[in-house]
Design a protein around this ligand. Structure first.
Ligand code: NAD
Length: 492
């Protein structure tokens, strides 16, 4: 699809809140502009959901749940609807991929190869769980001399507010929406204001799939406005949030007021450990993808590259070659391998980190500049001779910038990997199976990959600890996070 076709598609996407089974012009005067990160032009103006829309959407969701049309559906009905969403996404995946490239600024092949297939598989995976949300039968010794039968059932947690970031909006919306719907929860999605278009298109497709009114809503708006109204609303039972630790903290505070449940998928500063026995070619390729994919705007970006001293110079050389091979450009041009960052503000933030790397004494070996052209581009950037104490090794940059750090032993590699405020993901490159398992066991992270960067799958639990948050999306963990386990004991 060409840029002009994607722009026409953007013009046709509904740009207002959807709830109670209808698209609604927001009654407040507020609206926000969506800017194309590559051309810096406004590609859409979207109506912002205000307090009335948030309140009505929550009410509609609550009534869909309590004896409403959604609550009455059984698991196999929910499975059918979720499979229908997957089918429609599959049919329109080219359109979604083009719109995602336009909205986020990422090269065309990435949504085609990663985001869309993952989103489709996520809806299918959770369609598979929808009629298998079972409890347990638990043996008990009896009560006051009488025998007992005890079992548990899993019930929907209630209305789920799903709040998503801009870096992979379709895929992350699927991660949050599909498990909650599979479990029987009504979902209200608050998409990112910087890139809301694919979430709005997803909403129109969920509508087309035939979900009953109130089962799914989308409320576009800015975080401190619509987002805050939604997380403060007492009718929301659970907040499923993916975004920065700073906003995650606000979500946790709002949720604590009513002891409401949260899943917080926050940032990362993930290590990629390259041992001397690794296949160095494969490691260099994988490590480069791990930091440069999606412009480095990935929660699991491997922004701390820890390399055994024996192969340090070799790996630095190979990574510099990979960085120099990256082609920055328009996502709609053939051959572009890296697009633009999401906004001028974010580009400036990344540039400040690059300046901090230089000022902190790390050796800039690749990139570091912003090309002279429109768009929020930053070159893929590598710092060698970095230490784990430097700002560029400690704070999440969320751009194509990595610190390369040397280590002298396995213990030191693990110690550096774990000396971090975040604990989301890690990658280990080694050809020694014993070392692979030992190191994977010692690393503090929600997900460790060996010899391949971040092999995501909807069947695998996803999430972290520390500043990376808590709780898990995906797999059975996603169903557990969307249900309450109720115990029933019958005294016979
Ligand atoms: P962000 O925290 O600024 O925004 C995320 C979402 O929260 C947006 O929809 C925003 O509108 C909303 N929001 C902002 N303020 C709010 C408030 N006061 N109340 C309610 N909602 C509010 O994050 P971002 O810049 O969009 O995304 C980048 C961050 O997301 C990075 O830290 C990245 O690591 C993280 N992320 C994590 C994962 C994961 O799975 N762990 C995946 C992708 C991105």
């Amino acid at each position: 699809m060409t840029r002009a076709e994607a722009e026409r598609l953007a013009a046709d996407v509904p740009k207002e809140p959807y709830y109670a089974g209808r698209w609604r012009a927001a009654r407040g005067a507020a609206a926000f502009d969506v800017v194309d990160p590559v051309t810096e032009r406004c590609i859409a103006t979207v109506a912002e959901a205000g307090s009335e829309e948030v309140d009505e959407a929550v009410r509609a969701a609550r009534s869909a749940l309590a004896d409403g049309p959604w609550g009455k559906l059984d698991g196999s009905d929910r499975a059918r609807l979720l499979n229908r969403v997957a089918d429609l996404l599959e049919e329109r995946s080219e359109q979604f991929a083009a719109l995602e490239s336009l909205d986020v600024g990422k090269p065309g092949f990435e949504p085609r190869v990663i985001d869309l297939p993952q989103a489709i598989r996520t809806f299918r995976h959770f369609a598979g769980w929808a009629d298998k949300v079972t409890g347990r039968s638990i043996p008990t010794p009896g009560y006051m001399g009488r025998p007992t039968v005890s079992y548990t059932v899993r019930e929907p947690v209630g209305v789920v507010a799903a709040i998503t970031p801009w870096n992979s909006p379709t895929m992350i919306a699927a991660w949050k929406v599909a498990p909650a719907l599979a479990a029987g929860c009504p979902v209200i999605l608050k998409p990112p204001e910087d890139a809301p278009l694919t979430s709005l298109l997803l909403a129109s497709l969920i509508e087309e799939a035939g979900f009953p009114p109130g089962a799914f809503s989308v409320l576009p708006g800015r975080g401190p406005m619509t987002g805050q109204l939604l997380i403060d609303h007492p009718g929301v039972d659970k907040i499923s949030f993916t975004g920065s630790p700073q906003t995650g903290h606000k979500v946790a505070v709002a949720a604590a007021k009513g002891f409401r449940r949260t899943t917080l998928e926050l940032g990362g500063k993930s290590p990629q450990l390259v041992f001397a026995d690794a296949d160095l070619d494969a490691a260099a390729d994988g490590v480069a993808v791990g930091i440069f994919a999606n412009q480095g705007e990935v929660c699991a970006a491997g922004s701390r590259i820890l390399v055994a001293r024996a192969v340090y110079d070799d790996i630095v050389k190979r990574l510099v070659t990979r960085a120099q091979g990256v082609r920055l450009g328009d996502p709609f041009d053939d051959g572009t391998t890296m697009g633009a960052l999401i906004s001028a503000r974010h580009r400036d933030r990344v540039a400040r980190y690059i300046a901090a790397g230089v000022a902190g004494g790390a050796r800039l070996v690749a990139g570091g500049r912003q090309p002279e052209r429109p768009g929020y581009f930053v070159e893929p950037t590598l710092f060698a001779d970095a230490t784990n104490a430097m700002t560029i090794a400690r704070e999440e940059i969320f751009g194509p910038v990595a610190a390369i750090i040397a280590f002298d032993s396995d213990d030191e590699a693990v110690a550096i990997a774990n000396d971090c405020d975040y604990a989301l993901a890690a990658t280990v490159w080694t050809s020694d199976v014993g070392r692979a398992h030992t190191v994977a066991g010692k690393i503090k992270a929600g997900a460790v990959a060996v010899n391949g960067w971040s092999p995501l799958d909807p069947a695998l639990p996803w999430g972290g600890t520390r500043l990376s948050g808590h709780g898990r999306d995906l797999g059975w963990a996603g169903i557990e996070a969307s249900t309450e386990e109720k115990t029933v004991t019958v005294v016979l």
